[in-house]
Design a protein around this ligand. Sequence first.
Ligand SMILES: [Zn+2]
Length: 88
Amino acid sequence: MDKNKRPVCPHCGVEMLPWMPPPDSSWGAALQFVCFNDNCEYYKKGWQHMWDNFQVKASYRHRFNPDTGEAGPLPAWSENAHKDRITL
Ligand SMILES: [Zn+2]
């Protein structure tokens, strides 16, 4: 994969940002790509979905692992969650 080319979020079409998981996290130690667009529909709908289903004030952002090709949600408990680990 071209390291200079960032994947685009399938939900909002915005370029995803490189994000380094915290140590010992279940996402492994490899760099991931995460959609940090606060207007992403996936992220915006997540708040309502989590509240309706789990009574939890949280959402999730779209995450993509470039090593495995696996994509999934990255839980976000606030708008600024995980933003301190964006690796630009
Ligand atoms: Zn998005």
